[in-house]
Design a protein around this ligand. Sequence first.
Ligand SMILES: Nc1ncnc2c1ncn2[C@@H]1O[C@H](COP(=O)(O)OP(=O)(O)O)[C@@H](O)[C@H]1O
Ligand SMILES: [Mg+2]
Length: 229
Amino acid sequence: MQTAEAPARDESLVWRTARIPVKHWGQGVENLDRTHPDVRQAVEDFVATWTRRYVPMDATMAELPEDRSLVGKGLLLFGNPGTGKTTTAAAVLTTIRRQYGGVIFFVPFADYVQALIDHRNWRDLYQATGDEMARERFQMLQKMLDKVLSCPLIVLDDLGKEHHTSSGFAADVFDALIRGRHRNARPTILTSNNKPGDWDKTYNASMQSFLTEACEVIPMTGRDHRRAA
Ligand SMILES: Nc1ncnc2c1ncn2[C@@H]1O[C@H](COP(=O)(O)OP(=O)(O)O)[C@@H](O)[C@H]1O
Ligand SMILES: [Mg+2]
């Protein structure tokens, strides 16, 4: 017998499109067991204050939050490998999507840097030769890069693991992305093994000070979950 109701749309499409690592699909902040209470509190606060952090492009003056201290403000999760940074970041992304909707995106920072390089190369090739495949590739990458810059919430995973060229390309890219998103009231969740005090070595001193303005810094302490029995 046929039912009148359409089958519920499978959620996997949402998490696949957002490029969330498969092991974290559908796991929200309520699934963060064995997380330090301070971290749990910080991520729950982040979710609860979302409408004061993210301001839609078409917001009117009346829709702006009265208290603007959190506008564009994200999270910086830092700690040793295996302390649950990626798990926690993916969980926040998942919960924000479920509670508030909107486009979300998960991207390893190294992949983002590589996508920028590929985008430039395919575009140059297209401009030089008019090759159709080059055009398709650069337009596809263009869409992805636009999404990272403008969607309401992204996770930039594993900052500092990208390959650093002498030109400081990664540093410039990071600077432009974080500042651009913050300026447009799009919070960013960053994860890194680097201590915030060491950011001036990886990137630069002005970035270090800006980061603490653009993000709440959350130390991930405790033992390596990968090794915990
Ligand atoms: N709160 C948690 N409770 C139990 N296991 C966890 C928790 N957070 C992470 N894990 C597990 O520990 C391992 C490492 O977590 P991950 O988030 O990848 O760490 P990191 O990104 O800091 O290296 C994974 O297998 C993950 O499933
Ligand atoms: Mg990780």
